[in-house]
Design a protein around this ligand. Sequence first.
Ligand code: OOG
Ligand code: MG
Length: 262
Amino acid sequence: MKLDLATINSLAAHLEKAQQEVRAVVKITDQHPALSFDDAYAIQYAIRQIKLAQGSRLAGLKMGLTSHAKMKQMGVSTPIYGFLTDDTACAEGGEIDTSKLIHPKVEAEIAFVTKAPLKGPGCHIGAVLAATDFVIPAVEIIDSRYENFRFDLPSVIADNTSAARYVLGGRAREVGELDLRTLGVVMEKNGQIVALGSGAAVLGHPASSVAMLANMLAERGEEIPAGTLILTGGITEAIAVAAGDNITVRTQHLGSVSMRFI
Ligand code: OOG
Ligand code: MG
């Protein structure tokens, strides 16, 4: 299906309003069952335009559903991408206000920052590693705007892949010193280990998530510019959080990222 521009803009405004009002809505494919991936990304780009017009700045890009743990949890099998804005960055060791979120969940991720542009098609791990300035551990706080966190792929793409907040922390390192596949990650909630995994959970190697992003963007004639922050996707399943919870993610060789939900 190819939605007309007015429908794309009104669905974008609808999802943006749900986020502003901290209110879950029915997934948009209930009303538009034939929504295509192209339509869904068009809605996501329209949300991006709304946010930029409101004064937010683009802070980076994200991949989602890149690990089997995440795909299994959400019942889908294709990675997707979205965008991050500067006003959703939260301080390491800081507090995150749950009253502004619907039903937040946390994900342990490895983030990349590029030093050269990456362009598909044909982008591969080698090109990504050569273009990487540094990697840094991250926690993404996702918050689907859909009731019960239930969606299909077109709905979640339109909803900017549930992006809500993110925290960078720990220690930035050059990739040459690290084996990102065997890098261990442990997530603790209130001192208890709730999830663990290693970098290979993300498409075999987190850099392949960045390569896939470059190749997906190429389909729209876009590239990843130098200096882009990219969250490569949750290594483990996402963990629900509520006010009072403390989260710490410890990533081997990269230190820890912590936050408290209030
Ligand atoms: C979609 C976003 C998934 C990740 O890291 O896999 C994501 C969702 O599960 O709500 O950000
Ligand atoms: Mg994520």
